[in-house]
Design a protein around this ligand. Structure first.
Ligand code: SF4
Ligand code: SF4
Length: 480
């Protein structure tokens, strides 16, 4: 499975056959090199280099063989799920399905299927309270940190259309005495109502993720029900908060942009940097759940992040890390080094965290998301058929066995592709975001040997061109 230089591969074969590599190397002669098909295009110094590399890997215990077939037997146990819940740093509430925008690319609009039809439902307070009580109890009793940070997030629709519930949940959460859990609040909003509620949001130190696609033209897919582009209202609201609470704006407000055919990466960065001194997150249009008949329209709108170059004249050094090729390098580092720590426990103890195969997180590892209908999901981005539990007037219902079966069964379906895929160790594909066609046909992220060779050459070329990038990625990037 691993791609290595042929000399190193030859040495590893000796090692894996149980032969003595030192003995082989000490008896190596020019004549022997010439006689050996795998080695005869290399000179003695080159072979010595790979022998020393082998010794380094051996010394640092990097030579355990990895058997991909073992992953099919991967078992999630009940305790893994309980531990994920107790240690989860995020709970999020879809407080309403109502929205005052009608974005063309919204997953609940015409382009997509598999997401529950929106019926303008509001989440009820009792359900939110039951899930909070459940999580607080698990967290206080079982989280492995001395003090855990817990973010309580609000989504919609447009969450501020149900501000009454947000306020009730915030008041309730703050009224509970917690010894081992620190609470913070966050919200994703389209900005239309933010001026009205900004005092409350500032008072409770909310982290805000505001959605806007750039200037007026760039924002033309984010329209009101009337079809009009509300850019001027949104821009005015943002300026209002910026002027009224400059420090809050600087520290707590971030922007989220969808990339499409009406904007581009360069203009997006310029717009947010020049107007708000911010560097936004940019996401591509999702194709999870895309209707087949919408494919042509989707392809017209879709723009790939790495087709867009960032203008070097933008000036800020931070942009270097946001360049698409830099993101690929950091992603590679994240998946391929042991130097990534999720908390201080990882630094202090040799904890081997269980990782679900593919890019899917362990159930509830990222968050508990409660939909307005009372479905508990592993995050807001997955179709509702992947519900992992429910909340109703009787309480919280999570059947651990059903969850393990669900994960196991879906993984079995995709495994027939994964076992031939060279992205297996780098995979960032969540199985809940694959279409039925991809289970039966080809996963869009599948990587053949040749794909992977090109990918590795690209990564290596980038690190060679910008050696400081590795250092910056290791020192400055925080994974959330
Ligand atoms: S999309 Fe999948 S991998 Fe990502 S947070 Fe949601 S469940 Fe986890
Ligand atoms: S990219 Fe797709 S096929 Fe490859 S390992 Fe990930 S889920 Fe499996």
């Amino acid at each position: 499975m691993f791609l290595v230089n042929p000399v190193l591969e030859y040495i590893l074969n000796i090692f894996n056959n149980g032969e003595d590599v030192d003995h082989w190397y000490n008896n190596l002669s020019i004549d022997k090199i010439k006689e050996t098909r795998e080695l005869n295009s290399y000179n003695y110094d080159e072979i010595t280099y790979y022998y020393e590399k082998f010794k380094y890997l051996e010394l640092h215990e990097q030579l355990d063989s990895y058997n991909i077939e073992d992953d099919i037997n991967f078992e999630i146990e009940e305790n893994d799920i309980i531990s994920s819940i107790a240690n989860s740093n995020d709970i999020a509430f879809e407080v309403t399905e109502q929205c005052n925008l009608n974005c063309v690319y919204c997953v609940y609009n015409d382009f997509y299927q598999g997401f529950e039809k929106r019926e303008d439902r509001n989440l009820d307070f009792e359900s939110a309270k039951k899930l909070l009580d459940f999580l607080f109890k698990m967290s206080e009793e079982g989280n492995s940190s001395y003090i855990k940070e817990l973010d309580i997030g609000f989504y919609g629709g447009e969450p501020l259309m149900n501000f009454k519930l947000i306020k009730k949940i915030v008041d309730y959460a703050l009224s509970i005495e917690l010894k081992r859990t620190n609470i913070a609040f966050s919200m994703t909003s389209n900005c239309l109502l933010i001026k009205k509620y900004c005092d409350f949001l500032q008072k409770h130190n909310f982290s805000l993720l505001l959605s806007l696609d750039g200037d007026k033209d760039s924002n033309s897919y984010r329209v009101l029900k009337s079809g009009n582009n509300p850019h001027h209202i949104i821009f005015g609201n943002i300026q209002f908060i910026k002027n009224k609470y400059p420090l809050f704006f600087e520290k707590n407000v971030q922007f989220n942009v969808v990339l499409h055919d009406k904007n581009n990466v360069n203009d997006i960065y310029s717009y947010f940097y020049n107007n708000f001194n911010k560097i936004p997150s940019i996401i591509e249009l999702s194709d999870a759940g895309l209707k087949k008949e919408k494919m042509v329209e989707y392809e017209k709108m879709y723009r790939k992040f790495d087709e867009n170059l960032i203008s070097p004249s933008m000036g800020t050094n931070d942009l270097e890390l946001l360049n698409p090729s830099s993101i690929m390098v950091t992603d590679f580092i994240i998946h391929n080094t042991d130097n990534i720590f999720t908390d201080y426990n990882d630094l202090l103890f040799d904890i081997k965290r269980k990782k679900f195969p593919t890019g899917t997180c362990m159930p509830f590892e990222k968050k508990l998301f409660l939909s307005s209908k009372g479905l508990i999901l592993p995050c807001e981005n997955v179709p509702h058929k992947f519900k992992l539990g429910t909340v109703d007037s009787h309480g919280v219902h999570i059947n651990y066995k059903e969850i393990t079966d669900l994960y196991q069964n879906y993984y079995k379906m995709i495994f027939k592709q994964c076992k031939h895929c060279y992205s297996q160790l780098n995979c960032s594909q969540c199985f809940m975001q694959l279409s039925d066609d991809e289970y039966n046909g080809k996963c869009k992220m599948f990587s053949s040997y040749n794909d992977y060779v090109s990918y590795l050459s690209f990564i290596q070329g980038n690190i060679e061109k910008k050696p400081l990038l590795y250092v910056r990625a290791m020192c400055e990037i925080t994974i959330s």
